[in-house]
Design a protein around this ligand. Structure first.
Ligand SMILES: C[S@@+](CC[C@H](N)C(=O)[O-])C[C@H]1O[C@@H](n2cnc3c(N)ncnc32)[C@H](O)[C@@H]1O
Length: 260
């Protein structure tokens, strides 16, 4: 299952590198500035951005730290990140192919690990967190953002089925409380968290970024017409101008690796 999902990640994202380079949610989403503010990067830091995509997080931190490794499973994404770094004249960004769940880096080698809008793709999220903790120096920081869902189990299942129909490489979006518990198991204690960040999306733009077929678009719209009550405040669907607008929730968490 793990390898199957990772192959889907590479095929889904390999075909989408250009759209992720320009996607407003990714290139200019509110979580970028919030993450930067909460992390407070230092000029001597060595940073690792896991699942960098088109590199938006790595490129934001690069001018504020000494060195950034931008890593991802999908090579066309890494090529896009390298292209954007060169366009911006950033010379301290290195790209490296890496699976978040088996990082090819030494223990205790980074002051900061960032991971934005990617954790929900990892089939073994606890393994990824253990890897983040392994490569962080004691006392180092994890700067994390991802979508979150509601704690009600059935509604969370419906939410994840909706996301998976749009993107077969989607694994699972968690409620914030579950994320924090998984972090703690890995020795990562949350020191700062943002408020919920609401992202407004237009249905076709969101679906087309993952090349959703017309048939699956219909199924997604049908699912949105029948969402459980617990998801009403999250998706907050609005039908206007012949299309659907809806929201997703994202949260930023900054956690410190405990020193034993
Ligand atoms: C939505 S994009 C990333 C967004 C990016 N972090 C940003 O801030 O714009 C998700 C990325 O996760 C990567 N990914 C998914 N599973 C991965 C894994 N197991 N290891 C490394 N990268 C992975 C995909 O290749 C894709 O580039």
């Amino acid at each position: 299952m793990s390898d199957e999902l990772k192959a889907k990640v590479q095929s889904q994202f390999g075909a989408s590198a250009d759209s992720y380079a320009t996607s407003s949610v990714h290139a200019r989403g509110d979580s970028l500035a919030v993450l930067l503010n909460l992390v407070e990067p230092q000029p001597h830091w060595r940073a690792l951005d896991v699942a960098t995509g088109a590199g938006h997080t790595a490129l934001l931190f690069a001018p504020r730290v000494s060195h950034v490794v931008a890593s991802d499973l999908t090579e066309p994404m890494l090529a896009k990140a390298a292209e954007l770094a060169a366009q911006r004249g950033l010379t301290n960004v290195e790209t490296r192919k890496a699976d978040a769940e088996s990082l090819p880096f030494e223990d205790n080698s980074f002051d900061l690990v960032t991971c934005r809008l990617a954790f929900h793709h990892f089939p073994n999220p606890r393994q990824a967190l253990a890897e983040f903790a392994r490569v962080l120096k004691p006392g180092g920081l994890l700067g994390f953002t991802d979508n979150v869902t509601v704690p009600e189990k059935q509604a969370a299942g419906y939410y994840n089925a909706f996301e998976k129909l749009r993107d077969p490489s989607h694994n699972w979006v968690y409620p914030q409380v579950r994320l924090e518990a998984m972090f703690a198991e890995a020795g990562l204690v949350v020191e700062k968290s943002s408020q919920l960040l609401m992202k407004e999306l237009e249905f076709h733009d969101w679906a087309d970024r993952q090349h959703v077929s017309p048939e699956n678009k219909e199924k997604l719209l049908e699912m949105m017409r029948h969402i459980p009550a617990a998801l009403q405040p999250l998706f907050a669907p609005r039908w206007a101008d012949g299309t659907l607008y809806f929201s997703l929730w994202e949260v930023v968490l900054v956690a410190r690796l405990q020193q034993n």
